[in-house]
Design a protein around this ligand. Structure first.
Ligand SMILES: Cc1cc2nc3c(=O)[nH]c(=O)nc-3n(C[C@H](O)[C@H](O)[C@H](O)COP(=O)(O)OP(=O)(O)OC[C@H]3O[C@@H](n4cnc5c(N)ncnc54)[C@H](O)[C@@H]3O)c2cc1C
Length: 515
């Protein structure tokens, strides 16, 4: 929809600043309740922290040490809720926790895992069990003779950036206007309404949007956006903490992840990643630099390599790293000493005293985004004149997720029956990315060639077109690093070719819908 043509005249119930998981989660929830919503994202969806996480749907075993029982319980419950609404992009992940002499004692691990198993209404996920790592296959990749005992427990895996895109898609399916590459620049406020000036970064045009309520869901930019909004209250302090990850060719063959306890009391995860790789992360470093380009520092890369090498029989060196990324957490600053001790809980700050209402989202996790959105709507609804539908997002599938949690393989089987000439690994990738909507990409095609130009690593024109039409993709980076992770398998020349194709195709049509 053209923002200039429609949004400039309309009065929205909510104008949301920030297209990360929290902004898109609130947009989805609000639009599904019948509210009118516009969401502004200055870059691509999930271009901030929400594509740079460890990608765990987890209670946060570590947070028990900081007595964060409320947060852990809420997050544990959310694991199965989110899995059930998005079984294509979320799956259970079992973690092996090797006991290492000199770190937390085994009895403490056992106690923590007992609480973890029982605090959050676990139903479908399997419970914790003890492992004899000196004989078990999961001990094989570890340094010989060092790890005799260990535990195995459940959490979940999510494609974080796709979770954001699917929330945005569902919000739009419920009537929300999603504007990417559209930066909120300034705003003024009367008793009942906001006037928000936003600039389209593709064409440089400005628009004024009118809304009853503004939601500042700008993640690490919450303070920057806060300064652009007239406010009577001081925004709560946040602490910006960078976390980095490295990806190396896979160092173990099974499907379990490892939780590694470091000598400095921190933990690092080693996670099977995209079939052929292992993901290691993360770090906690106070971030004082620019937010426009966030990268792992050489020290962080070395730290992650050393953490891995202390556990695995294979030594991991910085030269093994095939990809790395970093993101910045915007954490509630409650004066914790170390960055890792800062709370991962969130706060919703509602200001109504200065005129039209302003809701500021502080902190949060991917895992708790849906509950955060529900609580945001519960706070806002009394401020809206018209009654809206109640909470609904716990049971309604995200786009493509309308199948049972244990039926991904059945979905692949169905696709294989309908598309017998396609490679099963390709159909599996589509099912894990798009769920039941994979058929919208495949259409009536009888072979891969019918899907148009091949850009590399099985990415074809039909998928690119789908991502542009349905998921707001505009550049190669949107597609190969956020909507998919095909960047791990494509060459620089292939990615450049995709960028050139997109630029040409988007320039040739007045709207992406004609691509
Ligand atoms: C290293 C790391 C690991 C993590 N691991 C996990 C994990 O495993 N599990 C988990 O549950 N959580 C994890 N988290 C936490 C989780 O990633 C974040 O809590 C979550 O992504 C924050 O989402 P958000 O929407 O608040 O912010 P963001 O995703 O940063 O979104 C904010 C958006 O606002 C946009 N924006 C800013 N200014 C403007 C403006 N003026 N106009 C328009 N748009 C604007 C930005 O471009 C950005 O896209 C991790 C975080 C980090 C950093």
């Amino acid at each position: 929809m053209n923002l200039a043509a429609s949004a400039d005249k309309q009065i929205f119930d909510l104008a949301i600043v920030g297209g990360g998981v929290n902004g898109c989660g609130i947009a989805r929830d609000a639009a599904g309740r019948g509210l009118t919503v516009v969401l502004l994202e200055k870059d691509d969806l999930a271009s901030g922290t929400s594509s740079a996480s460890t990608k765990l749907i987890h209670g946060g075993l570590r947070y028990l040490e900081h007595y964060e029982f409320r947060l852990v319980r809420e997050a544990l419950i959310e694991r199965e809720v989110l899995w059930s609404i998005a079984p294509h992009i979320i799956r259970p992940l079992r973690f092996v926790l090797p006991h290492r002499p000199g770190t937390r004692p085994a009895w403490l691990l056992r106690l923590g895992l007992f609480i973890y198993d029982h605090l959050g209404g676990r139903k479908a996920l399997p419970p914790t069990r003890a492992l004899a790592l000196d004989t078990h296959a999961f001990g094989k990749p570890l340094q010989p003779g060092l790890f005799k005992r260990g535990f195995e427990y459940s959490d979940g895996w999510v494609d974080d950036a796709r979770l954001v895109a699917l929330n945005a898609r569902d919000a739009a399916d419920h009537g929300a206007i999603i504007r990417t590459r559209c930066e909120m620049i300034q705003a003024s406020r009367s008793k009942d309404l906001w006037q928000i000036t936003a600039t389209d970064r593709c064409c440089g045009t400005s628009h004024v949007i009118t809304a009853r309520i503004v939601v500042n869901a700008a993640g690490p930019w919450v303070g920057v956006v806060g300064h652009r909004l007239p406010s009577t209250q001081q925004t709560c302090a946040t602490r910006l903490v960078r976390g980095s990850h490295i990806v190396v060719p896979k160092i173990f063959d099974h499907d379990r992840a490892y939780l590694l306890q470091n000598d400095d009391d921190r933990i690092v995860f080693a996670i099977p990643y995209e079939g052929d790789f292992t993901l290691f992360g993360t770090t906690d470093a106070d971030h004082n630099g620019s937010l426009s380009s966030i990268h792992p520092s050489p020290d962080e890369v070395t730290y992650l390599c050393d953490s891995a090498s202390a556990y695995f029989s294979r030594t991991i060196r910085p030269s093994d790293v095939v990809w790395s990324y970093a993101g910045v957490r915007s954490l509630l600053d409650e004066g914790a000493g170390s960055a890792q001790a800062a709370t991962r809980d969130y706060k919703l700050d509602l200001e109504t005293s200065g005129g039209a209402a302003l809701l500021t989202v502080l902190g949060g996790k991917i895992t708790t985004y849906r509950r955060l959105a529900e609580q945001a709507l519960a706070l806002l609804e009394p401020l809206l004149a018209h009654a809206a539908r109640g909470a609904w997002t716990a049971t309604q599938p995200l786009p493509g997720g309308d199948f049972p949690i244990d039926a991904v393989q059945q979905l692949v089987d169905t696709l294989a029956r309908h598309y017998p000439r396609f490679d099963r690994a390709y159909l599996q990738r589509l099912a894990n990315s798009y769920g039941t909507r994979a058929a919208r990409i495949l259409g009536k095609a009888e072979s891969a060639d019918a899907l148009g130009e091949h850009f590399g690593a099985t990415l074809r024109q039909a998928e690119v077109r789908y991502l542009v039409h349905e998921e707001w993709a505009r550049t190669a980076a949107d597609i190969v690093w956020r909507r998919t992770k095909l960047g791990l398998r494509m060459t620089a020349a292939e990615i450049k070719r995709l960028d050139a194709w997109l630029a040409e195709a988007l320039a040739a049509v007045p709207s992406a819908a004609q691509l």
